[in-house]
Design a protein around this ligand. Sequence first.
Ligand code: SAM
Length: 272
Amino acid sequence: MNYRHSFHAGNFADLVKHALLLWLLERRQAAGPVTVIDTHAGAGVYDLTGDATRSREAEAGIARLMSAAERPPLIEALAEEVGTLNPRGATTLYPGSPLLAAGRLRAEDRYVGYELNPPVLDLLTEALAPFAGAAARGGDGFDQAAVEARKTPGALVLIDPPFERPDDYIRAADVGAAVARQDARATVAIWTPLKDMETFDGFLRRLSQSGVNGALVAEARLRPLANPMKMNGCTMVVLNPPAGAEAAASEICGWVANTLGDAGARAEVWTT
Ligand SMILES: C[S@@+](CC[C@H](N)C(=O)[O-])C[C@H]1O[C@@H](n2cnc3c(N)ncnc32)[C@H](O)[C@@H]1O
């Protein structure tokens, strides 16, 4: 397992994923108690003065977000979380999905994050220690998601694999579809990179063959998809999307594409 999210933390794709996660969590909480199931949790919090300085992805992502003159409300919500984590001003720490979700838990809510890599699981356990309703678990999040979701109806499930294994797309689609089919109240958000349309089309086809219709596809394209070796954009595909998801995703993806993208950047938000 080679993937290290510490190189990518705070990049444009994290911003899309995390701003939409915060909104989805708020929506679910408005409907009652919620369990967040994070199939690929990562370390929970990232030091941007380490690996991230080599990739410079956070510099092109969260650093620009924090210094932006104008931020729409759903981008501002993420800026506030990052600001709280960095009370001295400079953005040296970036919250992952576990910390963002755990920080928003009410007494009646829970968070469960799965992490397969033992040293990363240790970091996750430490990051979640202050939060009573949050648990870090070792194990394969793909295997555990549907089992856990069955125990907690109306869960919010984030599926965020590294996509370093060829079957990550297939497993993400199959697990997401299984959760969405077994519980119409569950919301499933699947993050994917956007390199070329062929791979992404195959993923959407797999979802549709698994009986999923009416998924919200939120794309932030930073440049035309001309070079399939590059992450040209990213998507969040939301199964059983709540009312208002299209507007929320348009606000987030639009801001990221327009502010952080090259010429030819654009957001596309549509329903399957
Ligand atoms: C993209 S990172 C997760 C980032 C995190 N969701 C966030 O937004 O802050 C993917 C993580 O999944 C872990 N991982 C890879 N395969 C896994 C699996 N099958 N089950 C659980 N974790 C896995 C990797 O070690 C890595 O830490």
